[in-house]
Ligand binder design. Structure first.
Ligand code: ATP
Ligand code: MG
Length: 227
């Protein structure tokens, strides 16, 4: 008998309130979603609708006010900070709008940064393979200042995948790139997501990018609205 695939990510009735002055603002008011290995989900919605806030919660960078999040069947909120840092390092990859590469290090060294906390033997070969997969085999030893914006973002994609995370979270990954470069980076991002069978969640205003995802989750006033 075929078992149904286990979801990599499950969020149930997630709420997030922020204090604004002496008031509390409910930014997320009960968002539920799931993503399986190899699936992609776009978070779409107007500016301020809570896309980045939701990605932060899914990425365990901050806790929800209420609701549950499970990643690979585990509740990260049950972990104390050192274990949570390790969990994040092993299970999650992040790509942001700006590449956030460290300027003093090469493309190869930047791709290896997430491996430093918990070193593994084969990571240098994997970093070279990922950088080759994103078309940077000839740029391994270039520093960010010697790379184009699109090339830096490709290094950021390789860095996000270096530890073979089950879940890749991207916040406007092509938002600072021109249309042609954005399309190239998106092609590489989706190719690697398929090859590695990660679950992929992308927050974006780019409807072309959102259309490439398996599913779209529109956010409005803190809740999901029908697609
Ligand atoms: N740390 C915080 N403290 C208070 N309010 C916050 C905080 N972080 C986010 N917000 C508020 O939450 C709302 C949602 O912000 P968020 O950045 O998640 O929106 P977004 O959908 O990603 O927008 P954009 O498309 O512009 O990136 C905004 O009104 C924002 O001001
Ligand atoms: Mg945002």
């Amino acid at each position: 008998m075929n078992r149904p695939p286990k979801p990599v990510l499950v969020a149930a009735a997630v709420c997030k309130d922020f204090a604004r002055g002496d008031q509390t603002v409910a930014v997320l008011r009960g968002v539920s979603l799931c993503a399986e290995a190899g699936q992609s989900l776009a978070l779409i919605g107007p500016s301020g609708s809570g896309k980045s806030t939701l990605l932060h919660l899914l990425g365990t960078l901050e806790p929800p006010t209420s609701g549950q999040i499970a990643i690979n069947g585990r509740d990260p909120l049950a972990l104390a900070e050192p274990q949570l840092a390790r969990f994040r390092n092993q299970h999650l990859g992040f790509v942001f709008q700006n590449h956030h590469l460290l300027p003093q290090y090469s493309a190869l060294e930047n791709a290896l940064i997430p491996t430093l906390a918990f070193p593994q033997a084969d990571r240098r070969e994997r970093a070279c393979a990922l950088l080759t997969a994103v078309g940077l085999a000839e740029r391994l030893h270039h520093r960010p200042a010697e790379l184009s914006g699109g090339e830096c973002q490709r290094v950021a994609v390789a860095r996000a995948l270096i530890n073979q995370p089950g879940l890749l979270l991207c916040d406007e990954p092509t938002g600072s790139l021109d249309r042609q470069t954005a399309a190239t980076v998106a092609d590489l991002l989706f190719a690697l997501h398929r090859a590695e069978q990660t679950a992929l969640v992308i927050a974006t205003h780019d409807l072309e990018l959102a259309a490439r995802c398996d599913r779209r989750l529109p956010l409005r006033e803190g809740t999901c609205v029908a697609a």
